[in-house]
Each structure stands twice: as C-alpha cells, then as structure tokens.
Design a protein around this ligand. Structure first.
Ligand code: GLU
Length: 298
C-alpha cells in the first residue's frame, strides 16, 4: 500500500467514525449526591477518552417538582467537581415545541390514544390483578382505554375530562414490522420485548410531553451518540428504541452503569436523603475526596 493510500484510508476513517457525544441529564428536583457525581464523571470520561463532546441537559418537565435553586446547585456542584460541558445547556422545558412535533408525528400515524384513567383507577386495577405484569416503574398498563370507541373518546374529550396520551405499543411494533434491539457496551446486544414496555405515557395530563418522549427527542436533537446512565433506567431503553425507530432517529449506543452504593449497602437516591455533594463540601470535602469516595463505593 502506498503512503498516499494509507493517508486516504485514515482520513476516510476519521470522517466516517462518528464523534462520541455523551450527556449528563439530571432533573432539578433535589440536590445532587454521590451517585450523581459518579454518573456525571462517568459520562464526561466516556466522551473525553474518545476525544468526544460532553453535554449537560436539565430535565425539567416536571414543573411541580423542579426548582430554580436545585438548577443553580447543579451548576455549582458540577463546576466544583471540575466538569466541563458545552454551552448553551439544553433545558427541556425550552423545547416543548420539539416534543409536540414528535407527538404529532406519532398521532398522525394513529399510534396514540387518550387515556382517562386516574391514579385511583390504575391502583384499583393493579390491586385486582396482583399477578399482572410489572415493570420497575410499577404495574404495566393493562390497556383499559385502548379499546374505547371513538364516540366515547370524543365525548370525554369534549366534556374536558383530563387525559394523557399513550403509545399503542403493539400497533407501533406492527408499523415498524421487524424486531428491534439495542446495544449496551457492557451487556452487548439486547432484544426489545414490547410486552415488557406496555403502552407508556407520551403526553402527561399536566404537560404535553413525558420523560420517555422528551429524553428521546432531546438526545436526538443534541446529536447524542452514547447514552450513559444508571442501570435503574435499563428497562426504559426498549421504549426509547421503539420511539427512535418510529421517529426516524439514529440509534445511539448505551452504557448503563452500575449504581453506587453507600457504606450501608443501600443505593444512593434523592428520596433516601443521601448525603448531598453540597453537604460534603460544607463539611470540608474536596473534589478529590469525592472522586476517592466514588472509587471506594463503586
Ligand atoms: N433525568 C433522568 C434522571 O435524573 C435521567 C434521564 C436519562 O439519563 O435518560 O434520572
């Protein structure tokens, strides 16, 4: 092979190999703890190891729970840890139009249906069929509203009954017409099992988007090629592959990392009042101490 050919093949490689783009996507619903620090450092390292880009996204569609002071604390904590991310930072609530366009696309394809079930209805159904299939998010929706006739739907909508919009997952898979998989860099190729997804909510009663829709649209809009997140979200990825396929987005690679556990063996979680980065900093911990604690607990 001549030098010229070698050079040519190198340049061909560098233009075709996609640049790694990762993100850390916290919700400003509380203060960050060691588990978040682990996730953020993991994501940044995954990008920088490959000369890629690291993004930060604020997942703030849950208007009732998100607070500006938590958002400010996210920036402060991550800066203190020494992370560097690109600006501007994408805030999900600034992009509801993108979510609405994706939702309209799915609706035009006849893949959504209104769901009028209340929390009480869902709890009652779940209590009546305790052996019904569950996901880590709770009982899989039994499809109560999927078969409502057109007139009933229209009457309820006209009467102002609050409703969510759900994906008809079985119909979505028929539209796609082939089995789907996704690739996790630690676990390999995984088959999407639509029956484990259920008919997920894509537009909530209170806001016309949802975690599943927003995360898929925003990752695609930001050109994210490697999605790193905790393995507690592994069960959501099949839903995301279905949505990416329906919306014509490219398939990202995933890395669902193990969750960090505290000295008592319990995993770090906001709701458990885990020790926050702010509290550790106030007690005199340095970013180096945090990295060391993460290593000790990983
Ligand atoms: N916003 C989600 C969380 O804080 C993470 C979403 C994701 O990484 O896909 O748990």
């Amino acid at each position: 092979m001549t030098t010229e050919n070698t050079l040519l093949s190198h340049s061909a490689l560098s233009t075709t190999a996609p640049l790694t783009v990762t993100r850390f996507a916290p919700s400003p619903t509380g203060l960050l703890h060691l588990g978040h620090a682990y996730s953020a450092l993991f994501a940044e390292a995954a990008a920088t190891d490959k000369g890629g880009r690291f993004l930060l996204r604020l997942e703030d569609i849950d208007v009732g729970r998100c607070r500006p002071e938590f958002e400010a604390a996210i920036f402060e904590d991550l800066q203190w840890l020494g992370l560097h991310w690109e600006t501007p930072v994408r805030r999900q609530s600034d992009h509801l139009d993108d979510h609405a366009a994706a939702l309209a696309h799915l609706d035009d394809a006849g893949l959504l249906y209104p769901c009028f079930c209340t929390r009480k209805d869902l709890a009652r159904e779940a209590a009546m069929s305790l052996s019904a299939p569950h996901s880590p998010d709770g009982p899989i929706y039994p499809g109560t509203c999927r078969n409502l006739d057109k007139t009933t739907r229209e009457e309820r909508i006209t009467s102002g009954a609050p409703h969510a919009l759900r994906l008809d997952t079985a119909k979505a898979m028929r539209t796609i017409g082939r089995p789907l998989t996704f690739t996790d860099s630690a676990r390999g190729r995984i088959d999407v099992q639509p029956e484990d997804c259920g008919d997920v909510v894509l537009a909530r009663k209170d806001i016309a988007t949802s975690y599943h829709l927003a995360v898929v649209v925003d990752d695609a809009r930001q050109g994210v090629t490697l999605i790193t997140r905790g393995e507690d979200l592994l069960h959501a990825t099949p839903v995301h592959r279905i949505l990416q396929t329906l919306l014509g987005y490219s398939e990202p690679l995933y890395h669902h990392h193990a969750l960090l556990h505290g000295p008592d063996g319990a995993r770090y979680a906001k709701r458990d009042g885990a020790v926050t980065l702010a509290a550790l900093r106030d007690k005199g911990a340095t970013p180096e101490d945090i990295r060391q604690m993460i290593q000790d607990h990983a």
